[in-house]
Design a protein around this ligand. Structure first.
Ligand code: OAD
Length: 253
């Protein structure tokens, strides 16, 4: 592990463009539960109604039973309320310098990367606190969902409101994908995948592409994932301590 950290620190020191692909695991040490895995919010992947969480957080459920979807939007909001960035978010933000561009492509909807100071964050799944109308152009930012009705309606047109997040079965926001494409076209010297089970192709392809073209890749995740076999360096540990130690080594070396 220590030798690997030294090698990654040396790569980071030389890198001019770095991509971090992050998932729920990067926020785990802030006390935000992951979706899956041992610290997952949904025991066996099921809601208390016994429905798979992917189904409750799907476009179809939101259309058929928006109250049920909103019940879990409220749960998600409670799980991120008052949470602060942790050592992993801070380490990623600290890597941005005049000589090193850091792009963060995150599946997280908690805005903790931005709170830590990362300035180039691509929100692949949107942001929970941005509320939009399902019909008109009304949008509002709710720092907390406290006091909101069970089924929030648009003050402008009285239609249903929803968080500006990507639900299962829905397309990813084009602007986010476009930004990631443009970043990818400019190339990266080093790619990290942190705290994600990486089941979506838009999460796995930058790593798959990099490993084919010899660009170094690092995975930080205590558990094995579908991309573990693709990466050059696999760090089976929580992200906060590992990233902090890597930066310390980089600054020393
Ligand atoms: P998951 O909950 O699927 O995976 C979280 C990963 O983080 C797991 O692989 C854990 O092993 C790992 N992990 C836990 N603690 C960690 C730590 N301290 N440091 C590093 N890794 C840690 O979350 P995502 O991969 O983000 O999508 O899930 C992707 C998407 O599934 C979410 O954005 C959401 C969800 O359904 C939608 O809602 C569309």
């Amino acid at each position: 592990m220590q030798a690997k950290l030294d090698q990654i620190a040396a790569l980071l020191k030389a890198a001019r463009r770095v991509l971090f692909i992050t998932g729920a695991g990067v926020s785990a040490e802030s006390g935000v539960p992951t979706f899956r895995g041992a610290t997952g919010a949904f025991a066996n992947g099921l809601t208390e109604e016994g429905i798979p969480f992917e189904e409750v957080l799907s476009g179809t459920t939101f259309t058929r039973n928006p109250k049920l979807s909103w019940k879990y939007f409220f749960r998600l909001e409670l799980s991120i309320r008052g949470k602060e960035p942790n050592a992993a978010h801070r380490a990623i933000a600290a890597l941005q310098t005049a000589d090193r561009a850091v792009c963060v492509a995150t599946q997280n909807i908690d805005e903790l990367h931005q709170s830590a100071g990362s300035t180039n964050v691509i929100e692949l799944h949107g942001s929970l606190r941005r509320i939009i109308c399902t019909v008109c152009d009304y949008r509002v930012y709710h720092p907390t969902f406290e006091g909101m009705p069970e089924l929030p309606l648009c003050p402008k047109c009285k239609e249903l409101l929803r968080p500006d997040i990507v639900l299962y079965e829905e397309m990813l926001p084009e602007d986010a994908l476009g930004r990631l494409d443009r970043e990818q076209d400019r190339g990266f010297d080093l790619i990290f995948s942190v705290g994600t089970t990486s089941i979506f192709s838009y999460v796995t392809w930058p790593v798959a592409l990099a490993s084919r073209s010899g660009i170094p890749t690092v995975e930080i995740n205590p558990d094995e994932t579908p991309i573990s076999h693709l990466v050059r360096y696999r760090l089976a540990a929580p992200a906060g301590a590992v990233l902090r130690q890597t930066i310390e080594r980089m600054n020393r070396g």
